[in-house]
Structures are given as C-alpha cells and as structure tokens.
Design a protein around this ligand. Structure first.
Ligand code: GLC
Ligand code: GLC
Length: 640
C-alpha cells in the first residue's frame, strides 16, 4: 500500500500495484472465491479509484489516519466483490438503463402488511407480475426496536431481519426469486441514523469513545452551536433535534425520533462501516438502494444541516464504492426538500433515480385548485434531469405529503405560498368547504403553523367521502381523479411507482389511533394491510377496487405499447386554458401529446397543431379543431 494517497493520484501506474497488493493480502479462502471475480474487479478499481480517492480526500484528507481508513475500505471492497453471487455478477455486466423502459413499473410495500412475511411475499409474485410490476421496494424489514421503530426506519442491525418476517437467508432467497421473475428488489439504506439499540449505539452508551464518535454526543454548549438553525422534522413528537442521553448526560443528535441517532460521517470509520453494510445488502440481491433521508447526512454549525455540499460528497463516494464492488446497484434519492435541492442529488455518479416530490405535491395541488399554472411553471423549470437518470413518479407513499414547491414560482403567478400551504392542508384534511378529500394532518408545528397531510390515494381523491355521502356523481369524479393521476405518472417520463393498496383503491385505516405505538404518528393511516380478499377484487369489475385496478391496467397496457413513453424526451407545454395540463413526449420523431383536464367542467382547448390525431387510450380519432375535454378527461394523442 502506498503511504500517501496523493502519490496514487499522481501516478496511475500505482493503481495496478494497489490492486495486486490488495489481492495478495486476501485470506486464502477469499482468494479462491475471488479468483473469478478478480479480473472484473481489478478493471473497475482501475477505472473508478481515482474518483473515489478524490472524494475520500475531500471528506477525510485532513485527517492523520486517512490513508489507513482508505486501505481498510479498499480491502472491504475486494472482499465484497469476491463473495458477490454469480447471478448478480452477471447483472453487473449488463446496461443499467432499465428504468427508462416503457414497461418499467414500480411498487412499494411493507412486507408484513402486504404479504405477512417473506414466504408470503413469494406467493404474491404472480399478482405483482399480473399487475405489470418489475421493481419492488420492500420497506424496512431489518431488526428494529419494539414496538415503535418509525415504521422500521430505525435499524438496529442491517444484517438481521425482523423475526416475524423471516431470516436474512429467506430474504436473500426471496430477492433471488424476484430477480428470476424479472422483478428488481429495492431495499432501504437507512444510513443517516441507526436505532439507539444498534450495537454501535449500545457501545456508545456504555462509554466506548470509539463508538461515541460514530454519533454526535454534545454538551449543551456544543448542541447550541447547531440547534438554532435546524428545521424540526417531527415537532409533535419532540421539540428540537437533540435528545438527552441519560447515562452520559450529553445531547445526542436525533433529527427524527429520539430513538433514531444520527451518524457522524465526518468520521471515516462511519463511512467505512456503512459502506460495508451497503455492500452486504447489495450482495443479498438488492438492485436499488433507496437512500433514506439523505439530505441530512452532513452537519455544519450555522447551517440548517440539510443538503450541504459534503452530503453530496458522501453519496458520490458511496456511489463510487458500488461502481467498484457491485456495479449493478443503483441509488434512489429520497430528498423531500426544496425542488432546487432535489435535483442536485440526481446524476449517474450520485443517485440514478430520485423520488419526484414536486410532481407529487403539485398534482394534488392541481386537483384541489382545478388549476395547472403552478404545476406547469414548476415542472418547466425542474423536470429536465440527466438523460441517464430517471424520476420515480409517485402519487402516494408510506409517508406524508409535504408541500415542497418553490415559493418564488408561487409568488410569480400571484400565489402567497404560506397561505396556499394552509389552504392545501385544510383542503386535504377535509376542513375546507366543498373539499372532496379525507386526509389526516401530520406533524402540526405549533410555532410555524407548518403541517403535512397523510392519507391513501383513494381517500384523498374523494372515494371515501363520496361513498359516505352515497353520491354517485362524486364517486365518478373521485374515480376519474385516480385515473387522471395514474395516467400522468405513467406517461410524463420516469419510472412510475405504485403504493401497494392504492392500485385497488384501499382507503384510510384509522385503527392506528387505538394502538399506543402508532397513535402519535398519523402516517399509519396510509399504511394499510392488503388481504387475499382484497387482491381477489382486482378481477371483479363490479367492485370499486376492480374498476380502479382495471383502469390502471388499461393505462399500463397502452403505455407499454408506446416506446416514446419510456425513453422519450418530455416537454412541459404552456396552455392558455389554466385548467388544462399539457405535455409532449418525443422519441426519434415519434410524438405523444398528453392533455389532462384537472376540473369537473368541460374545457375548451382551442385548436391543436394538425388535426389528424388518435387518442391512444380510447383508440378514437380526434379532430384537432376546437378541441374540448370532458370533465377530468385525459388524452394521449398520437399523430395519424
Ligand atoms: C424517511 C422515511 C420516513 C422516516 C424518515 C426517517 O423520510 O421515508 O418514513 O420517518 O426517513 O428515517
Ligand atoms: C423526510 C423529509 C420530511 C418528511 C420526513 C418523514 O426525509 O425530509 O419532510 O416528512 O422525512 O416523513
């Protein structure tokens, strides 16, 4: 091993020696295992090491032990590559733009709520395939504190699973099976924090200085250097971002719940330890890791400690690690922050995939206001991303809806952003007169008045209310809204992500309020169980669930016949009618023009360029002159 990293950077020849020395240092059994994987590994090391080194130096270059930690990291990479299963190594060699395919369709579920356990999930593979799903996010399934673990987002051990779901070996087996069935498994990489029951946290509590440094243990004065500029994420649960640790009498950094301890990435031991956990998960079969709460991973006094430049460096360094040791692995960014910050995580060298929280929030906004200006203006600025990357477009997920649009864009079109957020919260919690929605408020901040909304798709879109009122016209409108939302995530460009249960129109589950471990977190209202009986309704067109499911299936089918809806470029178009949303997809001269009426009134759309169009959804010929859209109508127009 060379003594200085700079030397390596200066002379690429040394990289060769680096790889050779590394190989010599492996234990005999690993050497045998590594034999096959080694040539590929060495090539990739050669290619990516300069980049990894530069990033590592940026993070840790000033530390005396930097080269020691780097050597440790490289050994870990060699070991991980050596034990990578053959079927994953075969995937490593394939192109990785599968997420841009017109067939690509994702879903997210809690294993226990959707299928009981890992075995149960296997029996649901036919249903997933029938629905067209080929990307499946299995929500946290790791060992976690009981009974409250923030829905599993407080991990006590990244290498063990919750006993009720089955063992890690069963999970690996399930993921292998999913791969064989053409479904890419997605796991969470909850890397901003561990639970306070993780063995590192336990050691820190016991006073071990090595592990104290894995976290932030602050005196009151140290805490107060950071505290004033931080945003409160869960203000209903606990004010501030710190928790007093009883034994030490020190303050531990806890951005989320008190039992979720933020990791200290300024410590290279933390980076290395988490890189090891990450590669372990990759080798169990994960195709994608969802980088949970990634905006928070770097801290600097005097800032809000979100989206800091070094947070990007950490993620890019992890990305370089995967390109060396597990290249088929991709990252999905979970940055539910300002739109300008969301896009900064998206790059082939950072996160190839990203949730699209702007689209999500503004679709709901347009349904409430029946207007599309904010949606159009915002997306015109913030939809274009690197052509090798993809948005993950979703309508609902297991979390709340935060109204993360850009205040400046709102002001420009005459909307007061704060008042508007208040309106949206009122509207979606059903308190605004005439609202169709049945949602629940989440984390009302008593000081700022800030609040978010929780609820299942069908409840928020109006099905729940219409059924309670027994109003069939309202019910039709609610179904049309669901269809409209699905049509957009399936056609606007990116990987559409369904939230299991929504495809069947399952409504809010209010029983969480009876459960002491859940009652303080209203997101449980949209974490519903899906039974065999529920799934059986998919085929029943007389049942509401069947209607919702079959409408979705129709959209999926039509999309899969139009390659332009996969890889095509997206242009968000301005339209004179402010109730109509228009965008165009284009691929090598093939075009699809999508028009969506966000109101329950007929809307005039003027004349379209050219008049010979066919609506791919209905198969009908459409005359482009004096086009009108019926209430909530969606058109996918293809030139004849
Ligand atoms: C992410 C998860 C959310 C969790 C938080 C803290 O935002 O989606 O459920 O509460 O991270 O881990
Ligand atoms: C996320 C977001 C926050 C969200 C929370 C949990 O990481 O940044 O706005 O509400 O975690 O849902």
């Amino acid at each position: 091993m060379p003594n200085t990293i700079q030397a390596l950077l200066a002379d690429p020849q040394l990289l060769r020696i680096e790889a050779d020395t590394l190989q010599k240092r492996l234990t005999p059994s690993l050497k045998t295992a590594a034999k096959q994987a080694w040539p590929e590994f060495q090539t990739r090391l050669q290619q990516v090491l300069p980049e990894l080194l530069a990033l590592y130096l940026e993070l840790y270059g000033e530390l005396f032990e930097c080269s020691y930690y780097l050597e440790q990291l490289l050994k870990q990479l060699a070991k991980s590559a050596a034990v990578r299963p053959d079927y994953l190594r075969a995937e490593d060699a394939q192109p990785q733009q599968w997420h841009q395919d017109e067939h690509a369709l994702g879903a997210a579920c809690y294993v226990d709520l959707f299928a009981g356990n890992f075995q149960g999930l296997k029996t649901r593979i036919p249903y997933l395939k029938q629905t067209g799903i080929n990307y499946l996010h299995l929500m946290p399934l790791f060992k976690a504190p009981e009974p409250n673990s923030d829905g599993g987002y407080a991990v006590s051990d990244y290498r063990s699973t919750m006993p009720k779901l089955g063992s890690m070996a069963e999970l690996a087996d399930l993921m292998h099976e999913l791969h064989q069935q053409g479904i890419r498994p997605v796991l969470d990489f909850v890397f901003n924090h561990t639970s306070d029951e993780h063995r590192w946290a336990e050691k820190a509590k016991a006073g071990d200085p090595l592990y104290r440094d894995f976290y932030f243990f602050f005196t009151e004065a140290e805490r107060d250097r950071y505290a004033p500029t931080l945003r409160e994420i869960f203000p209903e649960i606990r004010r501030g971002s710190f928790t007093l640790e009883a034994k030490s009498g020190l303050w531990v950094w806890t951005t989320f719940n008190s039992f979720q301890w933020d990791l200290n990435y300024a410590n290279p031991a933390v980076f290395n330890a988490m890189a090891d956990e990450m590669l372990f998960l990759a080798n169990q079969g994960a195709s994608v890791l969802r980088l949970d709460a990634l905006a928070f991973v770097w801290k600097q006094a005097g800032t809000n400690c979100e989206n800091l430049p070094k947070a990007h460096t950490v993620i890019r360094a992890f990305n370089a690690v995967t390109r060396i040791a597990a290249p088929a692995l991709q990252f999905k960014s979970e940055a539910i922050v300002h739109p300008d910050d969301v896009v900064k995580y998206i790059a082939p060298q950072e996160c190839q995939l990203s949730y699209n929280p702007l689209l999500m929030a503004l679709l709901w906004n347009s349904l409430a206001t029946r207007k599309t200006r904010l949606l159009t203006e915002s997306l015109q600025r913030r939809f274009a991303i690197d052509p090798q990357c993809s948005w993950v477009n979703y309508i609902r997920c297991h979390d709340d809806i935060g109204w993360t649009f850009d205040d400046q864009v709102a002001w420009q079109i005459g909307i007061n952003p704060d008042h508007h957020r208040q309106f949206l919260n009122q509207f979606y919690t059903g308190r605004f007169p005439g609202s169709f929605a049945s949602g629940v408020p989440f984390q009302l901040n008593p000081v700022t008045g800030d609040c978010r909304v929780a609820g299942m798709l069908s409840s928020l879109a109006g099905v729940e209310k219409a059924q309670a009122e027994q109003n069939s016209q309202h019910l039709d409108h609610a179904l049309a809204r669901i269809y409209l939302l699905n049509s957009i995530i399936l056609s606007i460009g990116g990987l559409p992500l369904l939230y299991m249960g929504d495809e069947l129109g399952i409504q809010n589950d209010y029983s969480f309020s009876q459960d002491p471990a859940k009652k303080d977190d209203s997101r449980w209202v949209n974490r519903v169980a899906v039974s065999d009986q529920d799934l059986a309704k998919a085929a029943d067109s007389n049942h509401l669930s069947g209607r919702i499911y079959q409408q979705l299936q129709h959209l999926v089918k039509v999309r899969s016949q139009l390659p332009v809806l996969g890889r095509g470029r997206t242009d968000i178009l301005w339209h004179a009618n402010q109730h109509v949303f228009v965008y165009q997809r284009e691929l090598r001269g093939q075009k699809v023009l999508c028009l969506v009426n966000f109101s329950e009134q007929v809307q005039a759309c003027g004349d379209l360029p050219g008049n010979a169009w066919t609506d791919a959804l209905s198969g009908l010929r459409i005359d482009g002159n004096h086009l009108t859209l019926t209430p909530y109508q969606v058109l996918w127009l293809v030139a004849r």
